[in-house]
Every structure is written in structure tokens, then in C-alpha cells.
Design a protein around this ligand. Structure first.
Ligand SMILES: [Zn+2]
Length: 340
């Protein structure tokens, strides 16, 4: 069968590999139909000194497919069912896993496509407990965006930042995969959304998604505009995933007691923050990574109810790296999906 392997930093190869064996007890075999790309894939593609992994490595962390076969004891899936898969192998035994909070697993086996072989292959065996059914009416292309893009945002906004209807939120990089989802989810509960983009064409698209105010961060200082838009009060929540030197400016956008939730650092992993400001203004900084199983189920329900992902582009498996290039060059608006 075909599998797309990272064989060296920035080098992918479409290889013929052995198909997986018949699924074991508690496992299902999935025929992959779509892999959605995230910034995580770009980190892995560029190579990260701290990531423990062995090359060649099958890429792909976020995917959907159809059940091809089931192992002994699996009663909740049958061949042909449409599914998505959790983006990491977790232990299923620790307290966090037993509560469905797999993103806090104490014995995590690795992130798919990053530490261990991922989903960019025709067939994969997974533990059935890490597989989630796709509701009727949702395409496998759209479903592929649920486990990471939608799930991560759901976890950030509602479990961590506890975003409430009527609040004001600043969503950074509104054209990114997760930024576009965050705008949709916040608007869906009646929040006011301020978002940042890097060019005017994206500003139009962000407005079409429902953003109330769009700031071109290349031509305006987002913290100044945000304070002006909120009559100097600041926003309730900042949705952050950019990091770098903009991080402290994001804190300045918060109202007293406001919450900043972050899941990424695309502009750099270090930032200087003013501690006086942090405690005097009683800011809450919340780190967020991945999603619970419930977040993914809730995300699929939202997609089924009409909150479909914005698809930037679709590529065949052989052009996975062209999809990554769109994300790296920040041309992207929405999700890049690789279809099998
Ligand atoms: Zn666990």
C-alpha cells in the first residue's frame, strides 16, 4: 500500500509499504480518505531537534476514513462506517484517559505523524477507543478537520478560556485553520470577534466568516486598535497561537481579569512578559494542547449542524508538501486537506 514518509528534514517520499495485519483485539482497521494539515505538520516537516522520532516516519496527524475491518471485541463499529481518529496514541488506562481527557494522558505514546507513524497511508490499525464515528451528512473531507482544528479550538475556547455568549474575543491569525474555526465558534454563541490578518484580501474573507472587526497586523498595531475598538477596556479573551514578541502585546489587549489561551507559537517559542502587568491586571494565561474525546464529538456535531470548515485547498497525497508550503508561506485561508 502507499504511505507518505518523511525521510529527512523537508523531504517526503511516497513509498510502497506492507499493509497492516488483521486488526487485533480492540482494534479497528481504517481506510484513510482525507488528511488535514496543521502547523504541527510543518514543525515536523522542518525537523525539530527536541522531537523524539525515528525516520522514515509516516506523516499526517489529523484524518478521516472508513472502517475496513474490526478486531475481536469491537462491537461499536462495522465495515464502511465513517470515522475520525484521535491524533495521538494514549494509554487508555491512566486517570486522565479514563475520564476521556486523553490530551492529559500520563503515558502518551506519541503524536501521530510527529513522534510515531501517522495517517498519510492507505490503511492503519488503531485502538477502537481512539476512533470516533462521523455523523450522517458530514463529508470525510470536512470530518478530517474535526480531531485537531475543531477539537483544539473547542478545548481552548470552552474548556480552558470558558468563553461565554456576549463576550468579546480577539482571534489571532483569523485566516489560519484554527483561527477560522475560532471565529465561527465564537460567533455561533454570540460573541463579538476581533481578528487579525496579514493582508486585505484575507480581511474580506474574515468579515465574510462573521468577524466584527478585522485588523491588518502588517499595517496597524493590533493592540492599539483592539483597545480603541473596546473603548480602552480590552477584550475578555485572547485566542493566541502566534507567540513571539506579539505575546505581550496580546496581554495588553485583555481587560482586567481577562483570559489569554494559547496553543501555538508560530512566530517563535519565547516571549517577554511584564509580570507587574500580569498580576496587577489579574490576567489568566492558559496553555492548551489537543482535545478531549468529547471535544471531537462536539466538533463533529457542530459540523453536522452546519458549522463546516473553511477549506483553503485540496491536494492529492503526492502533493502533501505543496499543502505545507501554503501554510508556511501564510497564503492559507482555512484548512488544507489532502485527499486519497
Ligand atoms: Zn493515559
Amino acid at each position: 500500500m502507499r504511505a507518505l514518509q518523511l525521510i529527512a528534514d523537508r523531504t517526503l517520499e511516497l513509498a510502497e509499504v506492507l499493509a497492516p495485519p488483521t486488526p487485533g483485539a480492540g482494534e479497528v482497521q481504517i481506510r484513510i480518505r482525507a488528511v488535514a494539515l496543521n502547523h504541527l505538520d510543518l514543525w515536523g516537516y522542518r525537523g525539530m531537534a527536541f522531537a523524539k522520532r525515528k525516520l522514515p516516519l509516516v506523516v499526517g496527524a489529523e484524518a478521516s476514513g472508513e472502517i475496513a475491518a474490526t478486531g475481536a471485541g469491537v462491537t461499536n463499529f462495522k465495515a464502511g462506517d465513517k470515522v475520525v481518529m484521535y491524533g495521538a496514541i494514549t494509554c487508555g488506562q491512566c486517570a486522565a484517559c479514563r475520564e476521556g481527557r486523553d490530551n492529559l494522558c500520563e503515558n502518551v505514546g506519541g503524536i501521530m505523524g510527529f513522534h510515531i507513524d501517522g495517517f498519510a497511508r492507505e490503511l492503519v490499525n488503531q485502538p477502537a477507543r481512539l476512533v470516533i464515528p462521523v455523523p450522517a451528512g458530514v463529508s470525510l473531507r470536512d470530518a478530517a478537520c474535526a480531531p485537531i482544528a475543531f477539537g483544539t479550538v473547542e478545548h481552548m475556547l470552552f474548556d480552558n478560556a470558558k468563553l461565554k455568549p456576549g463576550e468579546t474575543i480577539l482571534v489571532h491569525a483569523g485566516g489560519s485553520g484554527i483561527g477560522s474555526v475560532a471565529t465561527k465558534m465564537a460567533k455561533a454563541i454570540g460573541c463579538t470577534v476581533i481578528t487579525t490578518v496579514g493582508d486585505d484580501a484575507k480581511a474580506e474573507k474574515a468579515k465574510a466568516l462573521g468577524a466584527d472587526h478585522v485588523i491588518n497586523y502588517k499595517t496597524e498595531r493590533f493592540e492599539g486598535v483592539t483597545r480603541k475598538l473596546t473603548a480602552k477596556k480590552g477584550v475578555d479573551v485572547v485566542f493566541e497561537h502566534v507567540g513571539g514578541e506579539g505575546f505581550n502585546a496580546s496581554l495588553l489587549c485583555l481587560k482586567r481579569g481577562g483570559r489569554l489561551v494559547t496553543c501555538g507559537a508560530t512566530a517563535g517559542p519565547t516571549a517577554t512578559i511584564n509580570l507587574m502587568q500580569l498580576f496587577q491586571q489579574q490576567y489568566k494565561i492558559l496553555g492548551s494542547f489537543g482535545a478531549s474525546m468529547r471535544n471531537i464529538r462536539d466538533s463533529l456535531s457542530k459540523i453536522a449542524a452546519g458549522m463546516t470548515p473553511i477549506i483553503d485547498s485540496e491536494f492529492p497525497l503526492a502533493d502533501f508538501d505543496k499543502g505545507l508550503a501554503r501554510i508556511e508561506s501564510r497564503q492559507v485561508f482555512g484548512k488544507v486537506v489532502v485527499l486519497f
